[in-house]
Structure formats: structure tokens, C-alpha cells
Design a protein around this ligand. Structure first.
Ligand code: CIR
Length: 260
């Protein structure tokens, strides 16, 4: 499967990004213009890798609306439309669902369930789901009830000290997880190999995967060098402004196969 077979849903950086939710970070000033420049380059990279881009309308009254990953979990058979853990983010999901509807049937997470897409790592037919401040047991049960009959395995993963599971761990391929062991216990990924990030780069574990190709943040050169040494192929982006909003590479798009 090449990147050309993938859809990437993105949404522009809103003018209100400075009013974003923050959980583990102090608020610092964010330059929306600089964030837009960085996000435009990110979109260009996804396009240059062959993804078909779907650009949603900006939602200026939703400060975190650029972080579309949290609004849906797209699998081959269907898409779960999330109910984000932060109430300020719940108005983001309708337009995301509308964009996915031509490609997948939709299943909505119902109240009082809450889950953010950033808490879900999909490796083949296993979903590792972070037990974060955004994702609760009600949503975990709904996800299990929907997906286990389709042959998926759901594995809850405790996290400690970061916003989402994917802040501290992401899949590099179908058998390897890149992990910050201070935030996520590598032993939770039973049956998979794990690679630790460089300990000086705690946020380096968040990489986006499009088939064989990875997209990484250039802010983590030591971790990226480890990836290069291990033979991974990646393109670098710079999302420094969005990082101040507790965002990262995966959060800024929803990537899925157009014809699974
Ligand atoms: C939030 O707290 O919801 C945003 N400021 C950051 C969301 C980042 N999303 C992600 O890691 N999937």
C-alpha cells in the first residue's frame, strides 16, 4: 500500500489557537501565523507523499480544531466518531464525520463515553487505547462492543504524565512501537518490539505513519537519528507552534486508506 492510497483530513489552524486546552503544559503565547506556515508545510508533506488531502473549513470558535485526529478513529470497516474528553472540543466532530461519511459507515461514541483519537494506536487488528484524562471506561466498552465482533482486540494502556497515549508512543510499523518509557510502559505492547526515544527528547515518540513512510518532527534529532539507523524512511516537519498547544505530528491529520 503506498501513500497514494491514503486520505488525509486536515483543518486549518484557527485564529483562536492561543485559547487551546492545556493539560500538562504551561500556557505560552502562540503565533497563529507561524502555526499556519508550519501547518501548510505539514499539509504539503502529506500531499507530496501522495495522500489525497481533504481540507475541512476552519472553525475559529474551536481553538483546538486543527487537531482533527481526536475527532474520529477510522478503521477499514467503519469509523468511530468520537466524543472528545474536553467539552470545548465536542463541536468539532460533526464536520469531521461529514468528511468521512463517503468512505466509511459511521458509529458514534455516545455520552457519557468520552474518547480522543489521540489515545488510540492501531496495529493490524489490535487497538491499544490510552486510559488518559480524555478517555473513559464507558467509551472503552462501546469501542469493544463495536469492534470485538469484527475481530479486533482492545487493550487498555495506562499512561502517566502525558496528554494522550500517542504523546508517548506510536507505531513505526506492524511490529514496532516507538515509546517514551517514562510516560507509557513498553511492556503493555505485548508481542511487539519497542524502541525507546532518546531520553532528552520526551516528545519524540509521536510520529505519523503512512504505509512504510513516517512523518516526524525535526525538533527531535536524536530520536530521528535512531529511526534512520534502524532503517526507517521519514520526512521531517516542524510543528513548534502547535507543540505549544500540546499538539504534535499525528494530531494534525486523520490518515486512512481510501480503498481498504
Ligand atoms: C487538547 O488539549 O485537546 C489540544 N490542546 C491538543 C490535542 C492534541 N491532540 C493529540 O495529541 N491527538
Amino acid at each position: 500500500m503506498s501513500a497514494g492510497d491514503y486520505i488525509a483530513i486536515i483543518r486549518p489552524v484557527p485564529a483562536s489557537i492561543g485559547d487551546c486546552e492545556l493539560t500538562h503544559m504551561d500556557r505560552v503565547s502562540i503565533d497563529p501565523e507561524q502555526a499556519r506556515i508550519e501547518h501548510d508545510h505539514y499539509a504539503d508533506v502529506l500531499g507530496s507523499l501522495g495522500c489525497t488531502l481533504i481540507v475541512l473549513p476552519a472553525l475559529d470558535h474551536h481553538p483546538d480544531s486543527v487537531f482533527v485526529e481526536d475527532d474520529a478513529i477510522v478503521l477499514d470497516e467503519l469509523a468511530l466518531v468520537t466524543r472528545p474528553g474536553a467539552p470545548s472540543r465536542r463541536g468539532e466532530v460533526d464536520s469531521v464525520a461529514e468528511a468521512i461519511e463517503p468512505f466509511r459507515s459511521l458509529v458514534e461514541i455516545e455520552a457519557p463515553g468520552t474518547i480522543d483519537g489521540g489515545d488510540v494506536i492501531l496495529v493490524e487488528r489490535t487497538l491499544f487505547i490510552g486510559c488518559s484524562s480524555r478517555t473513559n471506561e464507558v467509551a472503552l466498552s462501546q469501542v469493544s462492543d463495536t469492534l470485538e465482533p469484527l475481530g479486533y482486540t482492545i487493550i487498555p494502556v495506562p499512561i502517566n504524565g502525558c496528554l494522550h497515549l500517542k504523546t508517548g508512543a506510536t507505531a513505526l510499523d506492524d511490529s514496532t512501537i516507538l515509546c517514551n518509557p517514562d510516560w507509557v510502559d513498553p511492556a503493555r505492547f505485548e508481542g511487539l518490539r519497542t524502541m525507546d526515544i532518546d531520553p532528552t527528547e520526551p516528545f519524540g515518540a509521536n510520529v505519523a505513519r503512512i504505509g512504510e513512510q513516517l512523518v516526524v518532527d525535526a525538533a527531535y534529532p536524536r530520536t530521528n537519528e535512531q529511526l534512520a539507523d534502524a532503517g526507517y524512511d521519514f520526512v521531517e516537519v516542524n510543528l513548534a507552534e502547535l507543540a505549544k498547544a500540546e499538539g504534535a505530528v499525528t494530531c494534525s491529520s486523520i490518515l486512512f486508506k481510501s480503498n481498504p
